[in-house]
Design a binder for this molecule. Structure first.
Ligand code: CTP
Ligand code: C5P
Length: 381
């Protein structure tokens, strides 16, 4: 505050598809929020995405709900236009628009941010390398490789996908995936940094929370209502694989930690929680209530009930969030639409490659060297 005047709040605009919301999306929103005071996020409709990119995996209602639950988001604008206009920024009193340092183009290959860029109302943040919807879909399709072994239909699908006309050696720097490297810094950035107050009622839940989805979200919202401080225990990859089998978990422990930490209902995460909720764990975190949703409870290694201790202490509760979505449902959705997704991803990568080449060409022409003339991304802290 200066001269008794209130400092003007900076309102930041972000938009996107936010299909299969992952911690890469959350990290871009975290960085965007850090550039201002209020973060408004526009999410496109299914129709708009289908027109420009191909059908989304999640419905608009699911996508709106997932974005609303990311802890850095203050408001979601449903059905935001694919091309960001100055009218949209004005309507929501936003000072500028923020996007990751990748290229987003319309069905006609036009940069969706050209209007805000021309008006000087565009800022960039670093895209989180090694995680994308494309990569996750790929992991799920790999999972089907085991399922469909020897299946004629699957062989035809594979053949079709390799004949889509992309140069297999050319990978987009955005959609083409490299490995995500988790760091303690990222965990700190995502963490709430809070500890329970002595008077807080502490709630504990545990699970795989693989491919964090709306089913998890509704469950965590219900668990959050049971007390003041919510701790989520995440089982190790080995443990999840023991009780889920196949290629599960699709997301590894580090990735699952960030997905859960990005949720506004969660205060703390136990990284690699024991499968059985032990007396030690409950006493250490001063847990008042342990909850589980309506999904089946797989027994522990010695066919033991993982909730035996909280049940004996009379502090175990089953919660019905009313949402029946499971990780397996998502994988099934992908399998059902695998050809469409492969085609969509190939098209997306092709468009990105064309845009990258065009920028490089323009830059060579202007500067006589290979430097790309894009605004420098704001590096992630
Ligand atoms: N984003 C990011 N890091 C990622 C993936 C996305 O920072 N690994 C950012 C994008 O740059 C954009 C926002 O998240 O600012 C919303 O992206 P969206 O339109 O949903 O889609 P994509 O960028 O296509 O994401 P994906 O590749 O996962 O489909
Ligand atoms: O299956 P997973 O281990 O990821 O589930 C974590 C927690 O979320 C469990 O308590 C489960 O019952 C709950 N859940 C839920 N409703 C869903 C999906 C999961 O209550 N649709």
């Amino acid at each position: 505050m200066n001269n008794g005047q209130k400092k003007k709040e900076i309102r930041v605009w972000c938009d996107g598809c936010y299909d299969m919301v992952h911690f890469g999306h959350a990290n871009s929103l975290r960085q965007a929020k850090a550039l201002g005071d209020v973060l408004i996020v526009g999410v496109h409709t299914d129709e708009e995405i289908a027109k420009h990119k191909g059908p989304p995996v999640f419905t608009q209602e699911e996508r709106y709900k997932m974005v609303k639950a990311i802890k850095w988001v203050d408001q979601v604008v449903e059905g935001a236009p694919y091309v960001t206009t100055l009218e949209t920024l004005d309507k929501y009193q936003c000072d500028f628009c923020v996007h990751g340092d990748d290229i987003t183009v319309t069905a006609d290959g036009i940069d969706t941010y050209h209007l805000v860029k021309e008006a000087g109302k565009y800022r960039e943040v670093s895209r989180t390398a090694g995680v994308s919807t494309t990569d996750l879909v790929g992991r799920m399709l790999l999972l089907t490789r085991e399922h469909f072994k020897g299946d004629k239909e699957y062989s035809v699908a594979l053949e079709h996908s390799s004949n889509l006309g992309t140069d297999s050696t050319a990978r987009s720097p955005y959609t083409g995936c490299s490995q995500f490297l988790p760091t303690t810094q990222k965990i700190i950035q995502f963490s709430s940094g809070l500890s329970p107050k002595p008077t807080d009622r502490v709630v504990y839940v545990a699970g795989a929370f693989d491919l964090f989805h709306v089913g998890h979200l509704d469950f965590l919202a219900a668990a959050h209502k049971q007390g003041d401080f919510l701790i989520v225990g995440l089982h190790t990859d080995l443990e999840v694989n023991r009780y889920k089998g196949s290629n599960y978990p699709i997301m590894n422990l580090h990735e699952r930690v960030l997905s859960v930490l990005a949720c506004k209902y969660v205060h703390e995460v136990v990284i690699g929680a024991p499968y059985s909720v032990t007396a030690d764990l409950m006493d250490h975190f001063k847990v008042d209530v342990v909850c589980h949703g309506m999904t089946q409870i797989a027994p522990g290694v010695n066919v033991t009930d993982p909730y035996l201790v909280p049940k004996e202490r009379n502090c175990f509760k089953i919660l019905d969030s009313g949402n029946t979505m499971t990780t397996e449902d998502i994988v099934q959705r992908i399998i059902r639409h695998r050809l469409e997704f492969e085609e969509r991803n190939n098209k997306k990568e092709k468009k990105e490659l064309a845009a990258v080449k065009a920028i490089a060409k323009k830059s060579v022409k202007q500067n006589g060297d290979c430097k790309i003339t894009q605004q420098e991304p704001i590096k992630s802290h």
